[in-house]
Design a protein around this ligand. Structure first.
Ligand code: GLN
Length: 534
């Protein structure tokens, strides 16, 4: 018998950035803990087909899935909280749904008909959602944007239509601000937002209130009255670490309330491991400092998966991490010298990136870490620049470079991949998604992973130029992991150094709270050791 799937829509009101994604997965986590199967869907009401062409400053990190989908960074939280491996079907954009309908129109699938937003786009949205939920207990749908935006109307209309035929539960997330002068939690913005949702024909079953401090009893009462939602369904989502939200919601019996409404059984759940992880995160017995280079440092969201991977690793060691952001253009233009920039750090991460700005400063940082035995982890561009630095400084190829940065260099140690040369469009054309690699037995990295066969996610156009591999390896930098055919260099290490590890991949995308990534565990461990000895 096929399951009767239930649909939970999470909408947001008042303003963006309230944490709808975290709320979505926290609800998912609680239902999962009750033994139910979950399929999450993020709806992004923009016209881009995917997030791949967006700037991290504007939109945050581009998250990459196993199947190569370049998606909204919320999908990273979906995978981290729910311990799932998702596909590009789990991220729907206005661009994707319109393209789908317009392609069908061109094929003649609607022959003779006028193709319209209602019913054709809204039906296509419903079909997307229902086919995603096949054989699952729940589809959790996060509707991006804020209720009242023009862009989200077709999606909300589709949700309303689905609620006529299927079991649908609506959760609306609102902001409940506190005015400093009066110190009182204000409900008016939330009231307006629930009213706007009502105009579209949706009445929320539950209202979740984002606030600085726990919701006060009188605020809850007032909201219940004005939003016509029972007091017990007005939920507090007060400021906390993101990983704490499932526990905050659990205390308020959120899963039980949803399940009761949908006539489903609840079995009780513990979330024991999760609780332990959250308490370890709060543990600050010791502290290390990790420097991270980059050029999108204004925004924490640009490198969110790295920050999360570090959190997962530090919880294991019950250790706090101070991340020191290094704007490498400051090193290039000598606003700060390298010694001062990297003073008192216990490790260095050089993350992925595109374009030339700041790269010479990053190379200087890598050289400093290599020469001063500072634990180093290079990710994608960081891996490429570690090769460039070594080729220049140790192999004596003074003009070694990546052709992404210096197209006319005489020593293109990093060069564009062969298949990339034919590509003339920017969307979804990089080497994307999970690829296997084989680690050489007995190498430092193989020991970290504890296995020879690994699979990591990628997002790049450039690679190590194999012509230079013998020169580099003769001088001691070792490519410990390669693609199964041996053609692509995937991992490198520097024996004799306490921790000099880099990869062409993005291992941060696969780290999970209860299963931290070995390369990040290794880095944090090495940083702790360094701190002990200094
Ligand atoms: N810009 C480099 C490339 O395209 C690195 C990409 C990255 O760091 N994700 O190969």
């Amino acid at each position: 018998m096929t399951k009767k799937t239930k649909y939970i829509f999470i909408t947001g009101g008042v303003m963006s950035g309230l944490g709808k994604g975290i709320l979505t997965v926290s609800v998912g986590k609680l239902l999962q803990a009750q033994g139910y199967t979950i399929e999450p869907l993020k709806i992004d009401p923009y016209l881009n087909i995917d997030a791949g062409t967006m700037n991290p400053i504007e939109h945050g990190e581009v998250f990459v899935l196993d199947d190569g989908g370049e998606v909204d960074m919320d999908l990273g939280n979906y995978e981290r909280f729910l311990d799932l491996s998702l596909s590009r079907k789990n991220n729907l954009t206005t661009g994707k749904i319109y393209k789908h309908v317009i392609d069908k129109e061109r094929k003649g699938d609607y022959l003779g008909k006028t193709v319209q937003i209602i019913p054709h786009i809204t039906c296509a949205i419903q079909n997307w959602i229902t086919s995603l939920g096949k054989d699952k207990d729940f589809v959790l749908i996060e509707v991006g944007g804020t209720v009242g935006d023009i862009e989200s109307i077709p999606f909300l209309e589709a949700a309303r239509e689905l609620s006529v035929t299927d079991d649908v539960y609506f959760i609306h997330l609102v902001l409940v601000p506190t005015l400093d002068v009066v110190g009182e939690q204000k409900t008016k913005p939330a009231q307006h937002s629930v009213r706007t949702l009502g105009e579209i024909g949706i009445k929320p079953n539950m209202v979740v209130c984002r606030s600085k401090r726990p919701l006060e009893a009188r605020t809850r009462k007032k909201l219940a009255l004005f939003c016509a939602v029972k007091e017990e369904k007005i939920i507090s989502d007060h400021d906390s670490n993101i990983y704490e939200l499932p526990l905050i919601l659990k205390e308020q019996k959120v899963a039980e309330k949803i399940l009761a409404n949908l006539n489903m059984k609840h079995n009780g759940s513990e979330l024991k491991d999760w609780k332990a992880f959250v308490s370890n995160l709060k543990c600050t017995d010791r502290k290390i400092t990790i420097a991270m280079t980059g050029k999108y440092m204004q925004l924490h969201d640009s490198y969110v998966s790295i920050n999360e991977a570090l959190d997962h690793a530090r919880a294991k060691f019950r250790c706090d991490i101070d991340i020191k952001f290094i704007e490498t253009t400051d090193i290039e233009n000598k606003t700060i010298n390298i010694k001062d920039a990297l003073k008192d750090i216990d490790a260095l991460i050089v993350p992925g990136g595109f374009g030339s700005r700041g790269t010479e400063g990053k190379i200087e940082c890598i050289k400093y870490a290599r020469e001063n035995n500072i634990p180093f982890l290079g990710l994608c561009l960081g891996f490429q620049l570690a090769c460039v630095e070594f080729a220049r400084d140790v192999c004596g190829l003074k003009d070694a470079a990546s052709t992404e940065i210096s197209p006319d260099t005489n020593n293109p140690v990093i060069d564009i991949m062969e298949e990339q040369k034919k590509i003339d469009s920017m969307g979804a054309t990089m080497r994307l998604g999970a690829y296997p690699a084989v680690l050489k037995k007995g190498t430092f990295i193989e020991k970290l992973y504890g296995t020879e066969k690994v699979s990591e996610r990628h997002r790049h156009r450039y690679e190590v130029n194999n012509r230079y591999v013998p020169t580099i390896e003769n001088k001691g930098l070792f490519f410990s992991g390669k693609s199964p055919d041996g053609n692509l260099m995937e991992f490198l290490e520097l024996p004799e150094h306490p921790y000099f590890v880099a990869t062409q991949a993005h291992p941060e995308l696969k780290s999970k709270p209860l299963n931290p990534h070995p390369l990040f565990l290794g880095l944090v461990n090495a940083a702790i050791e360094k701190k002990k000895s200094s």
